[in-house]
Design a protein around this ligand. Sequence first.
Ligand code: NI
Length: 139
Amino acid sequence: MTKELIRFGVSIEKNLLRQFDRLINEHGYQNRSEAIRDLIRDELVQQQWEDANAESVGTITLIYDHHVRELTELLTSVQHHYNAQIISTTHVHLDHDHCLEVILVRGKTETIRQISNQLTCLKGVKHGKLVTTTTGRNI
Ligand code: NI
């Protein structure tokens, strides 16, 4: 399906536009249109995450020390509990002590947040971050 493109004019202060051009240049955008489209999409995705029941996609990144007692068992049991939402998990043994885990999740935004919070707050998890994105539909 080809999407119809519509052109529209935007009035903007010279100084603001100069800063915008510098910003998009640093990000490697070829033109303003694609940069503006991405900004709008990002805002729409953020808004989608305000809706607890919206179907979303995210990644949870964890750094933890696998020597901490019962931590690996707890991480596994949380992931088994949410097996319907967890698409895949990638585990990397970073060094003698530390593990990196990236967990791909899909489901209601509220459930994804719950999964992320339950994993991140475990003792021994040194850093946890949920990256919130979208199924790509409607944007
Ligand atoms: Ni490991």
